[in-house]
Write a protein that binds this ligand. Structure first.
Ligand SMILES: Nc1nc2c(ncn2[C@@H]2O[C@H](COP(=O)(O)OP(=O)(O)OP(=O)(O)O)[C@@H](O)[C@H]2O)c(=O)[nH]1
Ligand SMILES: [Mg+2]
Length: 441
């Protein structure tokens, strides 16, 4: 993923707003900016100057603030000029067009952050933190991303890497000079401590992943059990249609809620039954698919009718999955014998909104309770896989039968950790990483 020349983009969201920021970065950033602005000099880097933005005919179109950051002390590590126009997509777009007319080119998604990485301002772990901060859906997720952005993950990874390097170095000296001094310290003990650090790091990263990705909770059950009513009650608004006619919901309806900082995607589905109607039958197929792909199933039963044979049959097919059986309509007399149900169960009334807090707590306990949540670190899926592989390699090293195999395993553990930081990252990895960013970041 090569990146050269001077790039420009609108770094704020388009639309009516107080201000909009157009960012220009690269060797000609100052030259380009001078062509658009009345002010022709920026004597002091990092200082904002009030000036005017001129259109192609030299007519003033906005009063703006401009600031220059001199390489290497800028976000990208290059010369950067930011022009802060008044909000409104036309002004910002015109400013961007003028920058392009005067020598800049439009930036690709994430290209400013890519340059920050290529110029050594941040490593790949921190770049993931940048993305995490932008995309955070809860304050817990924001804290996890900020920890990664500030370099906490990078420092931890680097420290473990250096420890492994030292152990590998000692082992290799021993292999090369067997008659020399024996290994200083207990290798097994040191490897166990490294594995412990990697285990702890992996669980913090998994917690960070949970805060970002969240869980998919699929609401399923027989027609008329009250699935859509439960969806609406959990959301606190009437999103899904509720009627007394069985087979009301056809398509899957998705909405997000946050429980304890973890985003939970609720999915209301069509009632499970043998349907003659083609549309309903398709809805039932989608419902079954959603349950099998979801992280947890909230299986709703109309407790005032009792547990049907179909319910029992369906629940039996869910063995091994995370399931909460929601005994709905608890405002009416209950006809369910609780002993027949092989999953955690809870009484609620979607109509009267009772039992919902207990349901949320149970959902959190089953899917989101992670002691590392408050220490979560933001990572990408591939970075988490690398940390996991590093841990596996160290575990294998602990039981390896020969010293050169141990040294080789420690070498691969180190490579995994270096890839988390983006050392020697190839174009493919950088492409997949930075294409997830928005334009202007
Ligand atoms: N008494 C009582 N009635 C409820 C409760 N929850 C839902 N109902 C009623 O049960 C009927 C069906 O509710 P829905 O939420 O549409 O049921 P559903 O499971 O989504 O049904 P389908 O979409 O047809 O599969 C409606 O008449 C609701 O008012 C409850 O807690 N108590
Ligand atoms: Mg429904």
């Amino acid at each position: 993923m090569a990146s050269s020349g001077t790039i420009a983009a609108i770094s704020t969201a388009l639309g009516h707003s107080g201000i909009a920021v157009v960012r220009i970065s690269g060797p000609d950033a100052v030259f380009v900016a001078k062509r658009l602005l009345v002010r022709k000099e920026f004597p002091e880097a990092g200082r904002m100057y009030l000036t005017s933005l001129l259109d192609a005919d030299g007519k003033m179109i906005d009063r703006v603030l401009a600031v220059r950051f001199a390489a290497p002390k800028s976000y990208t590590g290059e010369d950067v000029v930011e022009v802060h126009t008044h909000g409104g997509s036309l002004i910002a777009r015109t400013c961007l067009e003028l920058a392009v007319k005067n020598g800049a080119r439009l930036a690709q998604p994430g290209e400013f952050t890519l340059r920050a990485f290529l110029n050594g301002r941040i490593d790949l772990a921190q770049a993931e933190g940048v993305l995490g901060v932008i995309q955070a859906k809860s304050s817990e997720a924001l804290h996890a991303a900020a920890r990664t952005l500030s370099g906490e993950l990078s420092r931890k990874v680097q420290k473990i890497h250096d420890e492994i390097l030292r152990l590998q170095g000692n082992l290799e000296i021993q292999l090369d000079f067997p008659e020399g001094e024996a290994f200083v310290g207990d290798l097994a003990e040191e490897l166990q401590s490294v594995r412990h650090e990697l285990t702890e790091l992996e669980s913090r990263c998994r917690a960070g992943m949970l805060l970002n990705e969240g869980v998919r909770a699929v609401i399923a059950g027989r027609p008329n059990a009250g699935k859509s009513s439960l969806m609406n009650a959990l959301l606190g608004r009437n999103r899904a249609i509720v009627t007394e006619i069985p087979g009301t919901t056809r398509d899957i309806i998705e909405e997000g809620i946050i429980i304890g900082g973890v985003p939970v995607k609720l999915m209301d589905t069509a009632g499970l039954r043998e349907a003659d109607d083609v549309i309903e039958a398709e809805g039932v197929r989608l419902a079954r698919q959603a349950v099998s792909e979801g992280d947890v199933c909230l299986y709703v039963i109309d407790a005032s009718c009792g547990l049907s044979d179909e319910d029992e049959e369906y629940l039996a097919g869910l063995a091994g999955k995370k399931v909460i059986v929601v005994l709905n309509k608890s405002d009416l007399p209950c006809k369910v014998n609780n002993n027949n149900i092989p999953f955690p169960k809870i009484h609620v009334s979607a109509k009267n909104h009772t039992g919902l807090d207990d349901l949320r707590n149970m959902l959190y306990g089953i899917c989101c309770d992670d002691s590392a949540l408050s220490e979560g670190l933001n990572v990408s899926v591939s970075q988490l896989e690398e940390i996991h592989s590093a841990r596996e390699a160290v575990s294998d090293a602990l039981v390896s039968v020969s010293e050169d195999i141990t040294a080789g395993l420690l070498g691969s553990a180190r490579m995994c950790l270096l890839r988390v930081l983006g050392v020697d990252a190839g174009d493919e990895l950088l492409d997949s990483m930075f294409s997830r960013f928005c334009v202007g970041k």
